[in-house]
Design a protein around this ligand. Sequence first.
Ligand SMILES: Nc1nc2c(c(=O)[nH]1)N[C@@H](CNc1ccc(C(=O)N[C@@H](CCC(=O)N[C@@H](CCC(=O)N[C@@H](CCC(=O)O)C(=O)O)C(=O)O)C(=O)O)cc1)CN2
Ligand code: MET
Ligand SMILES: [Zn+2]
Length: 766
Amino acid sequence: MVQSAVLGFPRMGVNRDLKKATENYWAGKISQEELLTEAKRLRLAHWKIQKDAGVDIIPSNDFALYDQVLSHIQDFGAVPERYTKDGLDTVDQYFAMGRGHQKGGVDVPSLEMVKWFDSNYHYVKPTLQDNQTFKLSASPKAVVEFNEAKEAGIVTRPVLVGPVSFLHLGKADRGQSVEPIDLLEKLLPVYEELLVQLKQAGAETVQIDEPVLVFDLPAKTKAAFKPAYEKFASLGDKIPKLVFTTYFGDIVHNLDLVPKDIYAVHIDLVRNPEQLETVIGALGPQTVLSAGVVDGRNIWKTNLKRAIETVESAVQKLGKERVIVATSSSLLHTPHTLASEKKLDAEIADWFSFASEKTVEVAVIAKAVTEGPAAVREQLEANAKSIQARATSPRTNDPKVKERQSKIVAADYNRKSEFPARISSQQAKLKLPLFPTTTIGSFPQTKEIRLSRTKLTKGEITAQEYDSFIEKEIRDNVKIQEELGLDVFVHGEPERNDMVQYFGERLDGYAFTTHAWVQSYGSRCVRPPIIVGDISRPAPMTVKESKYAVSVSSKPMKGMLTGPVTCLRWSFPRDDVHQSVQAEQLALALRDEVVDLEAAGIDVIQVDEPALREGLPLRSGKERDAYLKWAVQAFRLSTTGVEDSTQIHSHFCYSEFQDFFHAIAALDADVLSIENSKSDAKLLGVFVDSAYPRHIGPGVYDIHSPRVPSEQEIKDRIEEMLQYLKPEQLWINPDCGLKTRQWKETKEALANMIAATKHFRAKYTK
Ligand SMILES: Nc1nc2c(c(=O)[nH]1)N[C@@H](CNc1ccc(C(=O)N[C@@H](CCC(=O)N[C@@H](CCC(=O)N[C@@H](CCC(=O)O)C(=O)O)C(=O)O)C(=O)O)cc1)CN2
Ligand code: MET
Ligand SMILES: [Zn+2]
């Protein structure tokens, strides 16, 4: 028979239960035991959902209290010494690596956290030493959780990040020069021991994730697959059978690296359906194919007929015993269940499938292929009806939007003058000091703010009461910035639930949800709005708040927008229209907003594009060039409608610009603020090499951690930056927005930032 498999399930729970438990634990409101009990309850609940859906192969060890890669770091004994030396217990040590720890005399910053491939999920980077050793934990999480499921009567397939991916996704610690992949030989015994333990516990198969196979890999990484998987093959029956798992791209360019005698290979057939035949052709004679046909990255109902056809074409070549029907990737990137959405329009809700619904889809597809379509006729008929209804719905189509798109001309992509002329008219108006200080937009989203928004939604306060509450928040934010002595103010974004969802809720062509949370990092979640049709702006979206902010401020006030590419990437996009078309529609809506802000007296406008980098196709080549072309055009289209004297800022939460710097330069933004505090200032070298003429604010401190950076630390960062950037180019700001922080640490950190800036201002002003 054809079996069904899920590669991973979201772990937050139906009501973000895990978020609440971890945050309560951090706040000292619940004990560690209570946290672990809640985590166990969630794991069991999630296994049960999959079992009830009829899924044959259910994952374990897909759970994590903070991040699954971080769990591996700990289980492999790859914890840097700074986290072990103070005697924190295992759980606190784990969180210290995830988010830093500044309590009871212990003061350690977090490890670096970066985007997981091209998704909005973040993982913690394995951070390795020149003399790195590895040692398997006494009770490895994968074994513990396998046993836990077994006790509940569910035999699961444990998920591990494979050794090559673990190392390739890691880096050398600051001051170390080790190339992680060189540590393979030292790492393999740990995998061996773990796999043996899993086998002894009763695991028949293990999902071993090697998603780095979708990249263009350096020779050394490529060369690591062979010894790693030969080693595993040599262990024979002592370890479970391995499902070599890839996702988010095709593996055709790396097919020779797929182990021939492996039990099974998983490929993502949602992203790259065309790889099917080639991959089948290259499989070993016994190897099973796990066909990822149910999208782990989006929320559209699977076209069951099409998925069944795909799976059947594999079955024809391999036979039923050698095909598994699976989700394309872990379902971590989709919300828990559609059943929680009580407010969605019924017509539109019928088009969606969230994680719980997707588990049913895999089971239905497997049954249809195993027993024939008659066995699931009702489900297939209902599905065909939904697919047809969406394809023909007038709600997806707006001729006015299309007409406007057809009228875009070349001049719409250009500012009136080049940067030198623009910056002098901006400077004449803004009169900023050397090293202008600013923040990235958001200030702490306090409990009070969130509660008052909840009250508005529930009708417990009026829109007017809510608006005046927001105005008070803006006034408070302005006052705080005045007291701190910042140079360019922000209104603080108190009215925004999220920088993308907020715009989704105000644009036509979007649907939005009440409970469809997806984990972004640690305990932080987002509710990506859903693009269902052509996008347009029925009314200004941010002008009221920005205008108010200007009216109560004594300094320049930045208007704050989320750029078209980021709106697209952090939404669930349509799958029936190319992403470039959706980005262009967003750009036109934002262009109108930018022009309206300018007319309302906002002289500085920031258009955030933090997701531009993550959207970069994972492999270099034609696809990347095409993406960068439309992404840059969308940004330019949204920002070029203003006068020279209006200053356009953009913000990026990453600093590794090397592979696409030309695109960053092509945005032609007057000022860029970028995340930089965790990276080597060397990365700023690209700005020097290309004689980048415009202004840059590399972040001087990390905002993901509650830890307060000292004035000296910030001075050191600025000093480093000045080795690369000209003083008149440099802005001083944090890495990113401050919404996840508390006020106390925010004020302390900004005060240190300003003190450090004053030191350099005095030094450089003659
Ligand atoms: N979309 C997106 N992606 C992003 C980022 C981002 O800002 N947005 N930033 C980067 C890092 N990722 C982040 C992702 C989320 C959060 C974040 O703060 N999320 C909040 C939720 C934000 C939100 O939607 N808030 C709503 C709902 C708040 C809420 O929880 N309300 C309570 C009731 C109020 C209470 O008791 O607190 C409830 O609904 O139960 C609002 O403010 O209106 C969280 O997890 O806590 C921060 C960074 C990269 N990707
Ligand atoms: C993830 S980028 C965030 C930018 C946004 N303006 C903020 O400050 O929150
Ligand atoms: Zn940011």
